[in-house]
Design a protein. Structure first.
Length: 234
């Protein structure tokens, strides 16, 4: 009978791996250290994703944990980047939020994301860089249901777990199409809809990593559900 390996935690040595990769970001160094990457990062990440799939199912949470959707290649896309380093120097795992798995593809960006990068680790929940049509749908949903939305984003548990606003784009300076004094004007100006929490690197090496993620998933479920309804249940 085939013995299926179980996730037994990420090794703290991955911190040294990524730090060394930062200073030796080239194919020669990576090939010399490929065995460590394959065993301690790539293979362990797949086992971790399998474990989280069970956790989400057991807790009746509509998050998808699947290697093809949750994990990222370590190779960077350098075609349109000024930075020509071939490899990423971090580990990220994404758990899409969807009631309908058939809607989810690699481009799907609504969900929970956890990121390991030495001294810069974090967890985030929400929607990153929505396209123009999605952004329009979100703004309309927020404007029409602002009381519900404000209750969700100001919920004590949610803000405790995700106290920071994460955005890669500056919000609008002027609000167009909505009253300037709209109660949710602050959010209607946003181009990103992610909240996050900076975390200790050690969270990744704790045997309670799965429970930590489930806690964050539960606290952000209502927020993600609101965004999901705005986008997919019009």
């Amino acid at each position: 009978m085939k013995i299926i390996a179980a996730f037994d935690g990420f090794s703290p040595e991955i911190s040294n791996f990524f730090e060394n990769l930062t200073h030796n970001n080239n194919k020669l160094w990576f090939d010399e250290n490929r065995k460590f990457y394959e065993k301690e990062i790539k293979d362990k990440s797949k086992l971790f994703v399998e474990l989280m799939a069970k956790h989400f199912f057991d807790n009746n949470l509509p998050f998808i944990s699947d290697s093809k959707l949750s994990l990222f290649r370590i190779n960077r896309d350098i075609r349109f980047s000024a930075n020509k380093d071939p490899y990423k120097t971090n580990l990220g795992v994404f758990f899409p939020y969807s009631e309908n798995p058939s809607l989810v593809s690699k481009e799907f960006s609504l969900g929970l994301y956890i990121h390991f990068e030495k001294g810069k680790s974090f967890i985030a929940s929400g929607l990153h860089s929505p396209d123009t049509q999605t952004l329009k749908s979100l703004r309309n949903q927020i404007a029409d249901n602002y009381e519900e939305f404000l209750i969700i984003v100001n919920d004590k548990s949610f803000r405790k777990n995700f106290p920071d606003t994460f955005s890669s784009q500056k919000p609008l300076t002027r609000l167009s199409g909505f009253p300037k004094d709209h109660p949710a004007a602050e959010y209607l100006k946003q181009k990103d809809f992610s909240f996050g929490l900076k975390i200790s690197d050690d969270v990744f090496f704790n045997n309670k990593l799965g429970s930590f993620i489930i806690e964050k998933a539960k606290s952000s479920k209502n927020y993600l559900q609101f965004l999901y309804n705005a986008i997919y249940k019009q």
